[in-house]
Design a protein around this ligand. Structure first.
Ligand SMILES: C[S@@+](CC[C@H](N)C(=O)[O-])C[C@H]1O[C@@H](n2cnc3c(N)ncnc32)[C@H](O)[C@@H]1O
Length: 181
């Protein structure tokens, strides 16, 4: 699948993708610099898209770790599966709000998200926040990239420790919200 078909999918579904372009390498590197991959065995990505974050996670994760990637676009899922699907990288074509159905009760070390929370209906958004906070290990981290600092206040209802970072090296410039309980 070529890059232009991925961009077409992004634009055509702007109401659910919430972006005009994919995350830059610089943003992905900065986001993932806040994650401790050493010893992390269960890792979840929310909103796989073109795989720009997926690639970065795979490059950093332990050999015996498992990555679950949730994505609602079938087009993106097919591409992700073709590129990265393996015993350790499970591409799940389902909404993040159903993550508990796919994880067999396993607790999660890291959740890395690029979901467009401001566009996700409140009921689904709440389910994603609640399930993420319950499924994360006490030592686990939820790391989100977004374009609005205000999203931090939604996370504050579910996580007690929150810090933020910012980068201009993305279009548009982006925030990174780093949360743990
Ligand atoms: C802003 S794009 C990010 C894509 C890519 N990870 C990046 O960083 O460039 C958000 C992605 O989340 C997906 N998405 C939106 N709502 C979702 C949901 N409820 N569950 C899973 N994926 C969702 C969209 O289809 C889209 O691919």
């Amino acid at each position: 699948m070529n890059k232009s078909s991925l961009f077409k999918e992004l634009f055509v579904n702007i109401k659910t993708t919430g972006a005009v372009t994919f995350s830059s390498k610089s943003l992905v590197n900065k986001m993932l610099s806040f994650a401790d991959f050493k010893g992390a065995k269960i890792i979840v990505e929310l909103g796989g898209g073109d795989g720009s974050i997926t690639r970065g996670i795979i490059d950093r994760m332990d050999r015996d770790a498992t990555l679950f990637v949730f994505e609602i676009s079938e087009h993106f899922c097919r591409n992700l599966d073709r590129q990265y699907g393996s015993k350790n990288v499970k591409i799940i074509c389902d909404s993040a709000e159903n993550m508990d159905r796919h994880l067999n009760g396993d607790k999660v070390d890291l959740i890395l998200s690029s979901l467009p929370f401001s566009l996700i209906p409140k009921e689904s958004r709440t389910a994603i926040y609640e399930k993420s906070s319950v499924m994360l290990k006490p030592s686990g981290f939820f790391i989100q990239i977004c374009y609005s600092y205000l999203l931090r206040f939604q996370f504050a209802s579910y996580f007690s420790n929150i810090k933020t970072a910012f980068t201009l090296k993305n279009f548009p410039p982006a925030f990174i919200i780093i949360c743990n309980s």
